[in-house]
Design a protein around this ligand. Structure first.
Ligand SMILES: [Zn+2]
Length: 225
């Protein structure tokens, strides 16, 4: 095991233990999911954002989900104006972006579905919910297009185990094919139609999406048979 990855695991474990102690909303994220979420932001969200949108999203993400797992954050336009990035339109020493640019950027993120306004502004700012790529329709679409493109470029047999699983999840709409529970890529698992013992292979055609409960139930059943 790469010692740096081991170290990151350990830190995430500690972080999770810490955040478990602090009260969370009903939509708290596990710290262990962070590396996957960050990967998805870069892969599936950033390519459909402008540079300002991306900078703002990362700022909001860092102060909500990445801080304590809570996707809600209250921000004011004047603080965003100073805290996120410099303007690329001026060389002046004091080159904050304009309030208008802040407004436009927040609106663009809202329109794409990356953030959601939760209430009217008060003196501390406006309350937003930060969404992750799994929850953003435009990201799911972008990802599906990419997966389809990759399928056309590379034959199924050359796919990595991970790519094949993703393909199965996409095909099944991230829904458990047994109990129909809506899953995410973090909770979805795959099961065999025809088990390897019966000569089934690892192809996407022989796999389907299940939740962990249905999966372990079917495995318990198989071991009894
Ligand atoms: Zn299920």
């Amino acid at each position: 095991m790469n010692p740096r990855i081991e170290k990151i695991r350990q830190l995430l474990g500690e972080l999770e233990a810490e955040t478990a102690k602090t009260p969370q909303g009903d939509t708290g994220f596990s710290a262990l999911e962070l590396p996957d979420i960050i990967g998805e932001i870069v892969d599936d969200l950033q390519p459909i954002l402008t540079a300002y949108d991306a900078a703002f999203y990362w700022f909001l993400f860092r102060h909500s989900i990445a801080r304590d797992g809570n996707p809600q954050i209250r921000v004011s336009r004047s603080s965003l104006r100073r805290a996120v990035v410099k303007s690329s339109y001026t060389n002046a020493a004091e080159n904050n972006i304009s309030i208008g640019k802040v407004q436009d950027t927040l609106l663009a993120l809202e329109t794409i579905g990356a953030i959601q306004k939760l209430g009217e502004p008060n003196r501390q700012g406006t309350l937003y919910r930060v969404l992750i790529p799994d929850e953003i329709e435009a990201c799911r679409r972008f990802r599906a297009e990419r997966v389809a493109e990759e399928s056309a470029l590379f034959p199924l047999t050359n796919k990595s185990h991970h790519q094949r699983r993703m393909q199965v999840f996409e095909r099944d709409g991230y829904k458990c094919q047994k109990c129909e529970k809506q899953l995410t890529r973090f909770t979805a698992t795959t099961d065999y139609i025809k088990s390897p013992a019966e000569g089934g292979d690892d192809s996407a055609e022989n796999l389907f999406t299940t939740c962990a409960e249905c999966n372990s139930r079917s495995q318990a059943q198989a071991s009894r048979e």
